[in-house]
Design a binder for this molecule. Structure first.
Ligand SMILES: [Fe+2]
Ligand SMILES: [Fe+2]
Length: 423
């Protein structure tokens, strides 16, 4: 009994010590950072809107729930007194349940009423935890020369073997207006850690330069049944992570919000297609987008290529639906992935090779990541350049009358190039 009382007293003393220590820890400066970890903005990514001269979208995520998710923005100053000039925009938030069962919060803001060709500084946060201040530049409201980067499938060993491609691309074109991806960003779109690898591989680039992405078949939940009439169909719905982690224009066909859309950038209409589902709907939609196009240049992005470059592959269904429209409305360039090889056609019209000065569309397949397929000879008569076992990135520059395309190996050699001219 006595011993028992002694034990109780000792336990009480221990409890008081633990309580005091806990209070002390809670008030230590370092513990604020620990608590803040859950509110730390992560996976911050800029996306272009339909009006890139006057608005910009940013999306990020936090492990914990935020009471007041928001972003701040100001015209960038050389002075560090950024807080004084910034205005605050409330974020839209949604909960995302990871495949592990854990729930995180995805936040987004669209900055509106911006000035064209202006550098802005912004940060994102909430619960008194902020990201760093990042800068981006709005587009010109009128046609003006610019360049952008184009990447094929990263997909595998994203952190280990794709990081160097992104870094070399940035080194060559640090002023790229945006980075264009054409799907199979990851191998399993439902695996959150693969998306984490992607953000690790691109580092701070998407915080300063908008990323434009469209989904590949690997961003779809896996289903062994192939897409009716087409190649590359791992249907059963877009990855749960696609829409929460990006903020793309909502101008695509119904049911394909943020996976098929278009935007105009300084004289170029960019049309992003989702090659994995609702193909006929997109053919009807793109006809309207192409027939009502005031831009001088037109570039289409899609994951599954119209003229396959990978062995034993042919997307004839896609080809028959879309290429006559590209012929009719004069699409200049089509950016594709999926076949894990390189293949760039001559100008093509009615399925046939055209002279460089004739009307026609150039179709490109390229690859960023380490997965590389055997090439196909199926469309070799159309091809101007093919290759495989080569990690690549592309710099595309557009001027009023001239489009210059350059493909570089990750080690810096010019792998392919061509020029398109308009009179
Ligand atoms: Fe792929
Ligand atoms: Fe693919």
């Amino acid at each position: 009994m006595t011993q028992g009382i002694r034990r109780t007293a000792a336990a009480n003393t221990a409890a008081i010590v633990i309580l005091c220590f806990s209070l002390l820890v809670i008030h230590l400066p370092g513990s604020a950072a620990l608590a803040a970890g859950a509110f730390e903005p992560d996976r911050i990514i800029l996306n272009l809107t339909e009006t890139p001269a006057t608005s910009m979208a940013v999306t990020w995520r936090t492990a914990g729930k935020i009471k007041d998710p928001k972003a701040q923005i100001a015209v960038a100053l050389a002075s560090p007194a950024l807080d004084e000039k910034a205005w605050t925009v409330d974020a839209v938030t949604e909960s995302v349940t990871l495949e592990t069962g854990k729930t995180v919060s995805a936040h987004s803001v669209v900055f509106q009423s911006l000035q064209p060709e202006t550098v802005y500084v912004y940060r994102v946060g909430g619960n008194d935890v902020w990201s760093e201040w990042n800068q981006f530049r709005t587009a010109s409201a009128a046609p003006k020369p610019f360049r952008f980067l184009y990447f094929g499938d990263p997909q595998n060993d994203i952190l280990s073997k794709c990081s160097r491609v992104f870094r070399e691309a940035y080194r060559r074109a640090p002023d790229a207006a945006f980075w264009q991806f054409v799907g199979d960003i990851v191998n399993n779109g439902e695996n959150d850690s693969e998306w984490g690898e992607f953000y690790g591989a691109v580092g701070w680039a998407p915080r300063a330069t908008p990323f434009m992405l469209l989904p590949g078949n690997h961003e779809y939940k896996k289903n062994p049944a192939p897409l009716a009439g087409g190649n590359g169909g791992e249907q059963k719905g877009l990855s749960r992570y696609w829409r929460p982690q990006f903020t793309f224009p909502l101008n695509g066909p119904a049911g394909l919000e943020e996976s098929a859309y278009y935007f105009d950038y300084q004289g170029v209409r960019f049309i992003m297609l989702n090659g994995t589902e609702k193909i006929e709907e997109q053919a009807r939609w793109i006809k309207k987008v192409l027939s009502n196009n005031p831009q001088r240049w037109t570039i289409v992005g899609i994951h599954q290529p119209f003229y396959s470059t990978g062995q034993d592959r042919d997307n004839i269904y896609h080809q028959k639906l879309f290429t006559p429209l590209f012929d009719k409305y004069g699409v200049d360039l089509v950016l594709q992935g999926h076949d894990h090889t390189y293949g760039r056609t001559h100008k093509v019209r009615n399925g046939k090779k055209q002279d460089i000065n004739a009307r026609g569309t150039v179709y490109v397949v390229t690859v960023t990541g380490p997965k590389q397929y055997k090439p196909s000879a199926l469309y070799e008569k159309l091809m101007a350049k093919t290759g495989t076992q080569t990690q690549l990135y592309q710099v595309i520059s557009v001027d009023t009358n001239k489009l210059t395309y350059e493909s570089y190996t990750v080690t810096g050699e010019l792998f392919d190039s061509f020029v398109l001219e308009k009179k």
